[in-house]
Design a protein around this ligand. Structure first.
Ligand SMILES: [Fe+2]
Ligand SMILES: [Fe+2]
Length: 189
């Protein structure tokens, strides 16, 4: 299975070009604070948002979220990503127990819950603050997709504060501070 990560990177880049940077940087940041993380954690981190590459009637919409950290959305999004990643891993002839481990981590990637899940969540948060936050800041002036200053502010704080891995929090802090400055600069009136 030594080439599985390489194959997964290619899948992410070709299937989900819009968010491949976020996913690849998540994997990078995991390597920075948890270099010994097992392959299941690396694979889950690299592919955690893949459902967004597969539009469909069952895709959860962020437009319907009541708050920036809507639990119902987080679970639906995690479960749907786990489904597509499990299908892909089955095509790669991965072990059933490995597929199960990766799926469990992806289901809870927004929420964490145990040490390995918390690592996936933390890597996602760091990459969000680095890669996605500037995009969100750019949406504030027009409230694109409902992303007002208030909702964006709430999301950034949630993405930072949910990090429970100490070493990851330290890496996230300067990125969080930059992201918060960017939304203050974009704040209307
Ligand atoms: Fe996600
Ligand atoms: Fe993500």
């Amino acid at each position: 299975m030594t080439n599985l990560l390489d194959t997964a990177r290619q899948w992410v880049i070709t299937k989900h070009p819009n968010q491949s940077e976020h996913l690849l940087r998540s994997e990078y940041w995991l390597g920075q604070f948890a270099p010994d993380a097992p392959l299941s954690v690396q694979l889950a981190t690299l592919t955690h948002d893949m459902e967004r590459a597969f539009p469909g009637d069952d895709a959860p919409s962020q437009k319907n979220m009541r708050t920036a950290n809507d639990t119902a959305y987080a679970i639906a999004h995690g479960r749907r990503s786990a489904r597509f990643v499990a299908e892909w891993l089955t095509e790669q002839a991965a072990d059933e127990s490995f597929i199960h481990a990766v799926s469990e981590l992806i289901v809870v990637h927004e929420l964490g819950g145990w040490p390995e899940a918390n690592k996936v969540q933390a890597a996602d948060s760091i990459s969000f603050l680095e890669v996605n936050a500037p995009l969100f800041a750019g949406w504030i002036p027009t409230s694109y997709n409902g992303w007002t200053y208030e909702r964006t502010h709430e999301k950034f704080i949630w993405m930072y504060e949910r990090i429970t891995v100490t070493a990851a929090r330290a890496l996230a802090t300067p990125l969080f501070e930059t992201a918060m400055r960017e939304i203050e600069a974009a704040r209307p009136g």
